[in-house]
Write a protein that binds this ligand. Structure first.
Ligand SMILES: *Cc1c(COP(=O)(O)O)cnc(C)c1O
Length: 420
């Protein structure tokens, strides 16, 4: 039987892909082992909280007394080793969840420190580094300091110096590289920062942007000293099924403060109807460790395939993973468009469209995005994006199934070969 049919691949791509698969085969056992451990972590939390059919019934209107929602928050807290959690569809995206925690943790006259270089692009206008929209942290008189990455690692001495100030009330770090070129930080590396912060400014909240990191390792930042982690449900923890939303997990007072900013002071977490989506949030969380493993395998395959084609990758295909992002340096804007076109053509949805760079809200440069996803913009689904700026690096992530992720990458390889 010809397993390469029915999509038409060239002999060259079939050979490269077989070679890539052989080269990475040894890594799959450890990815599977992490998925197995994390699946048990999730399963045991479901059992401890006696998940039952009745939890899936949703609320409407104000959303008072939503048992499924409230229990899901306790389950997130347990899985992430946190005191408390807020898991809400009303977070429009990860940026909104992170911003809510910052507004909750900071007041006029306080200072926010970003510990590992510039935060994710969309947070720049929230902080007030870029843009002049009303309502930024800067607009409310909250100061900002940034400790840049040094030699591809957190600058611990620089951090100690930056937080030596009683006005520093929150320190933001970020696990994934985002659109920067630094390496993603491991949970162990993220875990070295809280002690430095606490030694100088015990009252500062250590907040970690956990986007793309959930379930890639067996521990989360809240289990190694972070006060709070925040992420998006249309990435890792939604398992591909959550239709929207975000989560915050960590210290109870910080979670409460974020809830007051998500809704309003006095109402906080009491309101927020789930409209019948609890089932997807539960089932998505149940699948998440497995889905994340599929995405990690896709990233490893993508790295190896592109290395065989002569491109630089970060991380390299044989490196241990700390998030689901794969960076590939394509060097030329045309190659980025070709790559994204190939990924798009391998998607289950909108496979016939050609992605082009556009002005995305919250981003400084134009961004090209290949995303043929069931959930709009869900980057736990196979997707590739690139800000239109040198060095023309594409960020690949997701893949609900390894089989489809691999197929998308083979189609991207076809497009790249056509170019030469
Ligand atoms: C995706 C992401 C965010 C949030 O982005 P949204 O599109 O608003 O969900 C924040 N930080 C990092 C590192 C991310 O990857």
């Amino acid at each position: 039987m010809n397993f390469d049919a029915p999509l038409p691949f060239s002999q060259r791509v079939l050979e490269l892909s077989r070679q890539a698969q052989r080269d990475i085969a040894g890594q799959f056992a450890s990815i599977d082992a992490i998925a197995e451990y994390n699946t048990r972590k999730v399963l045991s939390a479901f059992q401890n909280h006696r998940v039952a059919e009745s939890y899936f019934a949703g609320t409407t209107g104000y959303g008072y007394d939503d048992q499924g929602r409230d229990e899901l928050e306790k389950i997130y807290a347990e899985i992430f080793g946190a005191e408390d959690a807020l898991v809400r569809l009303q977070f429009v995206n990860g940026t909104h969840a992170i911003a809510s925690t910052l507004y909750g943790a900071l007041k006029t006259g306080d200072i926010l420190v970003s510990a590992v270089g510039a935060p994710y692009d969309t947070l720049l206008s929230v902080i007030g580094v870029t843009g002049s929209e009303p309502g930024s942290l800067k607009d409310y008189g909250i100061g900002y300091r940034q400790v840049d990455i040094r030699d591809n690692a957190p600058d611990k001495a620089g951090l100690a110096e930056a937080v030596e100030d009683p006005r520093v009330k929150a320190v933001l770090s970020q696990r994934s590289k985002g659109y920067s070129t630094r390496s993603t930080l491991s949970v162990a590396e993220i875990g070295e920062l809280p002690a430095i912060v606490k030694a100088h400014t015990p009252n500062a909240a250590v907040i970690v942007d956990n986007c793309y990191g959930e379930f890639v390792e067996t521990l989360e930042p809240t289990q190694v000293g972070a006060d709070l982690i925040v992420g998006s449900l249309i990435k890792n923890p939604g398992g591909g099924l959550a239709p929207m939303g975000g989560y915050v997990a960590g210290r109870h007072d910080l979670v409460e403060a974020a809830a007051m900013r998500l809704t309003v002071p006095g109402i906080g977490r009491e309101c927020g109807a789930t409209l019948g989506y609890n089932r997807q949030l539960y089932q998505g969380l149940f699948l998440a460790p497995h889905t994340v493993a599929q995405a990690v395998k896709t990233a490893v395959f993508g790295a190896r395939l592109m290395e065989l084609m002569g491109y630089e990758t970060e991380p390299r295909s044989n490196e241990t993973r700390h998030d689901i992002i794969q960076m590939i340096s394509l060097n030329r804007p045309e190659a980025v468009v070709k790559f994204c076109k190939g990924i798009q053509s391998g998607s289950p949805v909108d496979s016939y469209v050609t992605p082009l760079p556009w002005d995305m809200p919250g981003y400084e440069d134009q961004v090209i995005m290949a995303a043929g996803a069931f959930i709009q913009g869900a980057s736990i689904e196979l997707s590739a994006d690139a800000p239109k700026r040198p060095p023309y690096t594409v960020y690949l992530q997701g893949g609900l199934t390894y089989e489809s992720g691999k197929t998308g990458l083979m189609l991207a390889a076809e497009e790249l070969l056509k170019e030469s």
